[in-house]
Design a protein around this ligand. Structure first.
Ligand code: MN
Length: 456
């Protein structure tokens, strides 16, 4: 038999007119809840009451053979949502009303007893275990989302001007997502359900210190409310303290530090596992699969996932579309660079020497990286025929944009040679002129010599 010691306190605070928070602390049902309503014209008050009262009524009306399970709790929260949506549809002055709902109950598992937790919105469940305070629920608020994304620190989120904006609440939509957990009840563990009127005034250290200091759960709840008022009391403040006082040993969830976490969607159960800030959601449609989702809570607050199926899903999610796009862009850049090198290395010509013959080559003189120039055609010109002034530029390789230009360049050299006469031009032999006179008998005479001593 699991037994609880309970304490609770609720206060309007020092600023607000009216009470929009509501609580339930039913020892007999072992059902505990906190709701924080919102909406004009008494809308917030009606929303929080309706949500908690629907949960309470459903638990009492439950048939004897219908066990109170985590799934039952999540369905009851859906039904509370339905009740709110129907009420707002009936009364136009209540349009836009909504509420958070955070509840804790002793639930029946498959052969074990556990503490079931359900949560929608930014009210919280804390667990004080061995003197250490841990927030079990995850806030459905704008600042909590920014904090999970690493864009705000917890300290920044705690004082953010928009910290009252919730991202999930009952009464807003016909369907609602419900987070749920199962925790092994361990004697000595102390739970705190509270509205944001508490934790917006007191940080976790002060809440922990108060829960450690006061053994009586009622004293602890009242003291927390008093301290929140002392710190400003800018909102309604609600606290429910639940101590696990006795446990007969029938609890076999685990060794006490295993927590099952799940998200109950409107139609199916989605499991959510958090590790290193990464979220993995997958459909879990049977109990066996869900039981494998048990995760071990470590001291650093992270959950080590033991389920290989989940580990595989998480691993797969690392290969995101960003990685794929990056990879494709990288490959394209490399391909473009290679293409450019091949283009410049081959799509050009030059005139050079192939041995002693003038020739046209495809490519760049000397080549580009691994691309060697290729001999395109030899011409009829030799090194000795090329005008002196052009030898060095042909030696270096006279570049031409295309084959026709290279051929024109060669033709141009041939024209120059033609215009100067067909005699080979050799730089080492200076040109000589010879005059020949014919004698009357037709015999050539000796050329006249400038000197008297001429050979005969
Ligand atoms: Mn509030």
């Amino acid at each position: 038999m699991t037994r609880f010691a309970i304490g609770s306190a609720i206060d309007e605070g020092r600023v607000r007119q009216g009470q929009e928070d509501f609580l339930l602390a039913d020892r007999e049902l072992a059902l505990f809840a906190v709701a924080d309503g919102m909406g004009g014209h008494r809308g917030g008050e009606i929303a929080s009451h309706l949500a908690v009262e629907t949960l309470d009524r459903l638990a009492k009306e439950r048939l004897d053979d219908e066990p109170l399970t985590s799934e039952w709790l999540a369905r009851a929260v859906q039904q509370a949502n339905d009740a709110l949506v129907a009420r707002a549809a009936d009364d136009s002055s209540l349009k836009g009303m909504g509420t958070t709902l955070c509840a804790l109950a002793l639930v029946q598992g498959d052969g074990y007893k556990a503490l079931g937790v359900v949560n929608v919105g930014d009210s919280r469940l804390y667990l004080l275990k061995d003197g250490e305070l841990e927030q079990i629920t995850e806030d459905h608020s704008l600042v909590a989302t920014l904090e999970r994304q690493g864009r705000l620190t917890r300290a920044e989120a705690a004082v953010h001007p928009q910290r009252n904006i919730v991202t999930r609440a009952l009464g807003i939509d016909s369907k609602v997502m419900v987070d749920s957990w199962e925790i092994a009840p361990v004697v000595g563990d102390r739970y705190l359900l509270c509205s944001d009127g508490l934790f917006n005034e007191l940080d976790d250290n002060r809440i922990a210190a108060t829960l450690r200091r006061l053994a009586d759960p009622d004293d602890a709840a009242r003291e927390l409310v008093r301290l929140a008022n002392e710190a400003g009391g800018r909102d309604n403040i609600t606290c429910v303290v639940v101590d696990v006082a006795e446990d007969s040993g029938e609890t076999i969830v685990s060794d006490g530090d295993r927590i099952l976490s799940a998200v109950h969607g409107p139609d199916r159960v989605l499991a959510e596992v958090r590790e290193s800030g990464e979220h993995v959601a997958l459909a879990l449609d049977d109990t066996a699969q869900r039981k494998r989702l048990f995760a071990r809570k470590r001291k650093d607050g992270k959950e080590a996932v033991e389920d290989p199926e989940i580990a595989r899903v998480r691993h797969r999610s690392l290969m995101t579309w960003r990685v794929m796009v990056f990879g494709m862009v990288f490959v394209l850049i490399i391909a473009a660079a290679i293409g450019t090198i091949i283009y410049t290395g081959t799509n050009t010509y030059y005139v050079g020497f192939d041995g002693e013959t003038v020739a046209i080559f495809q490519g760049k003189p000397g080549g580009v990286l691994w691309i060697e120039p290729q001999l395109e055609e030899r011409t009829g010109l030799t090194r000795g025929e090329v005008p002196e002034g052009l030898v060095s530029e042909i030696e270096a390789g006279k570049e031409q944009p295309d084959l026709a230009s290279a051929q024109r360049y060669v033709a141009n050299i041939e024209d120059q040679i033609e215009a100067r006469g067909s005699a080979p031009i050799t730089p080492t032999v200076p040109p000589t002129t010879t005059t020949t006179r014919l004698a009357p008998d037709g015999q050539p005479t000796e050329p006249s010599a400038p000197t008297e001593n001429t050979p005969t």
